[in-house]
Design a protein around this ligand. Sequence first.
Ligand code: PMP
Length: 443
Amino acid sequence: MSELSAGAKANDLEAYWMPFTANRQFKANPRMVVGADGMYFKLSDGRDLLDGIAGLWCCNAGHNRPRIVEAIQKQAAELDYAPAFQMGHPKQFELASRLARMMPGDLNKVFFTNSGSESVETALKMAIAYHRARGEGQRVRLIGREKGYHGVNFGGMSVGGMPANRKMFGSLMTGVDHMRHTHGIEGNRFSHGQPPNGAEMADDLERLCELHDPSTIAAVIVEPLAGSAGVILPPKGYLERLRAICDKHGILLIFDEVITAYGRLGSPFAVNHFGVEPDIVTTAKALANGVIPMGAVFVQDKIYDAFMTGPENMVEFFHGYTFSGNPMACAAALGTLDTYEEEGLLTRGSELSPYWEDAVHSLKDLPNVIDLRNMGLIAGIELEPRAGKPTARAFEAFLKAYEAGLLIRTTGDTIALSPPLIIEKSHIDFAFGTLRDILKSLD
Ligand code: PMP
């Protein structure tokens, strides 16, 4: 047994299998975060790193915010856990009511999860079960988009369209089809805000309706603004057209707002921002400021009501998680909403957006920059793909930015920025000044 003793086991870095990370490369040259405050991470080598991506698009109020810290500490001492099924606790009802009041339209019912991926699975299951509850059990097909990102579980991966995230995992779910994405449309490069061309891309849905028979389609899921695929904005009129086609055929429209919810676009939700109301909205990430994992799915009253008034075997939604509406997560989310409200963060993006937009588009004439995209406090900087070298220019920029004290995110050839909403103009100047120097230095 002695070779199984702790001493003979792997060193500190080897045991942990890191997600979405080239483990061997990382472990040869690790980047370690040991603290955080406001707009900054503190690194193990003592340097500060300006957070240009809100952690992973989630710390919208910045780091280690007192309201949230206090809320969690208080909750931990009061009620650590409550059974999620057949039992309730006051904070989950309070949080759901508050969220429902924030969300426009009929999206008044809220179901809690622990992540974006779980919110997506929940939404897809709700859609199929909703139709069944109303006597339309044949509506089981799901439609997503190429390049779409809806998390990593089997439903989300199947409706998603990022080849790298799918190709290792077999045949995925059946009964799923994809529309094209709205990326790379002629005449849209360097648009400020929503691009003008491409509303007709929504007609891909009509094509799929014709192919499959619309009465077999349960739902369509899209990110109103796609983050992980490289910050892809919806063309003007596109979301409206999707809504109209869904209405025509009785198909539910799901907005995956895991990135856009809670102020990212300068409005509380993309639903407000684009003025298009889907039937279901998935959220997570910034709901509890990234402090404790939590997600929330918003549904229109009609969906909840279908479960309450359906045939006897449908009165319950046979779905949920041990940690749905967990007291600690609810406390963190309530502290987060307090912070957002007290500091006006859910609309701060719209105030700062002109300054942000100018900063983004100041990179226009730099070498290899082939497109710039912006909205609220989010940006995509797309670089010319590089043939013959293993590392994309964007990832080289990530490494250089890290050395220069700035955290960015990259996906393929695109650099994404999505900072905490407490960002000041001086931080914006630093971030884009740093990026300017880096982009000039890339071959
Ligand atoms: N949907 C979208 C639109 C996302 O951007 C993400 C995460 N980037 C997810 C779902 C998955 O969220 P999580 O990583 O919390 O499971």
